[in-house]
Design a binder for this molecule. Structure first.
Ligand code: COA
Ligand code: ZN
Length: 325
């Protein structure tokens, strides 16, 4: 886990405009969302989850999904992703020509019912319809498996169940998977074991890990996933985020904190950290409160503080004393 990793590539998907904004009580004006997404698309992140095509009654904060998709810049090299829970969402997302539909279903049926009001069977039927609707389009299909490590209402989830749903998803034409720790219940050895099993079982299937920092295990879980071979991570600017239908949910792993750590360790995230921190600095005004990210407040670990005058004086005194004695 702790060997030097010069230039080993890690890819980052920025999810603040979706996972971050969905739980905010303030409705952020569309133009400000678009401005932030356009700025984020210049930071070097691989993908941006820009919104979700869900019921506006379920997530009022993202009711402007169509308007956001229509207004953002679409630079090449940055995939624009939208979360989609059902066939109706897919219809809307395809009409906006999203690069990727991030389908969603929870490993925990209790959370699936709370979040999507569907049983596993009903959800899977919707995913199947979405997959059929996407055939012939250029839109990629990813499945985010919520509560893949633990559910706040059911507890720890079985790795066998996770593998079962991955296999089912691949069977209907979904091509990549995200394992989500929706309420920050996962711990590093569990993460390592599940990610390793995934990679050994499905070596050809692109895997993304999605952690929340609810219990301060987020960055440690990122390292555990890397040591199991994961190279793609979701993260949220400022550490915003959370599912409004998962009790006790709180923010994702903070993108700038994660990039800061990984770059110090020698990984190449492709992200311009200074530029990313400038984006994060916009958040408190945008969401109307302080954000959990630490590097925004503390600064880069290698940025030094000026030496206070009294320390200089003390040093000169000490030097004077030592030369005169
Ligand atoms: N986009 C827009 N509107 C949608 C929609 C979609 N994808 N899916 C359903 N709706 C609308 C329906 O048209 C209907 O509208 P009406 O009341 O004006 O007739 C209403 O929502 C209810 O539709 P129904 O199919 O009965 O859905 P539901 O009430 O059982 O809710 C979901 C199911 C999946 C639509 C809803 O639970 C949802 O959007 N959940 C998303 C939650 C989320 O995003 N969580 C965080 C991310 S993991
Ligand atoms: Zn999440």
């Amino acid at each position: 886990m702790f060997e030097e990793n010069p230039n080993q590539r890690i890819w980052i998907n920025e999810v603040a405009p979706r996972d971050g904004f969905q739980i905010e009580s303030l409705i952020i004006p569309t133009a400000l969302k678009v401005d932030l997404i356009n700025r984020l698309s210049k930071t070097g992140v691989s993908k941006i989850e820009v919104t979700s095509f869900v019921s506006p009654k379920a997530i009022p904060a993202l009711a402007d999904a169509n308007e956001v998709m229509a207004a953002i810049n679409r630079p090449t090299g940055v995939g624009m992703v939208a979360l989609v829970p059902n066939a109706r969402g897919a219809e809307r997302a395809l009409a906006c020509n999203v690069d990727e539909m991030n389908l969603v279903m929870s490993v925990s049926e209790t959370h699936n019912l709370a979040n999507l009001r569907m049983t596993h069977q009903q959800s899977f039927e919707q995913l199947n319809q979405v997959s059929s609707a996407a055939k012939g389009s250029k839109t990629q299909l990813n499945l985010s498996l919520s509560c893949a490590f633990g559910c706040p209402m059911e507890g720890t989830q079985s790795a066998d169940d996770v593998m079962h749903w991955v296999e089912m998803a691949l069977g209907i034409g979904i091509t990549s998977i995200t394992l989500c720790d929706t309420t920050g219940m996962a711990w590093p050895t569990q993460v390592h074991s599940l990610c390793k099993r995934f990679i050994q079982t499905f070596p050809e299937v692109p895997l993304t890990a999605h952690f929340h920092n609810t219990r301060s295990m987020g960055l440690t879980n990122v390292l555990a996933a890397i040591s199991a071979g994961v190279r793609v991570f979701d993260a949220s600017l400022g550490g915003l985020g959370g599912c409004p239908y998962a009790p006790g949910a709180s923010g994702n792993v903070c993108t700038e904190d994660m990039v800061h750590m990984l770059e110090l360790m020698g990984y190449n995230t492709g992200v311009d950290l200074r530029n990313l921190i400038q984006c994060a600095a916009l958040l408190p005004d945008l969401v109307g409160h302080d954000v959990p990210g630490q590097v925004l407040k503390a600064g880069h670990a290698l940025d030094l503080h000026p030496i206070p005058a009294y320390v200089k004086t003390a040093r000169e005194h000490a030097l004077g004393r030592s030369t005169s004695s």
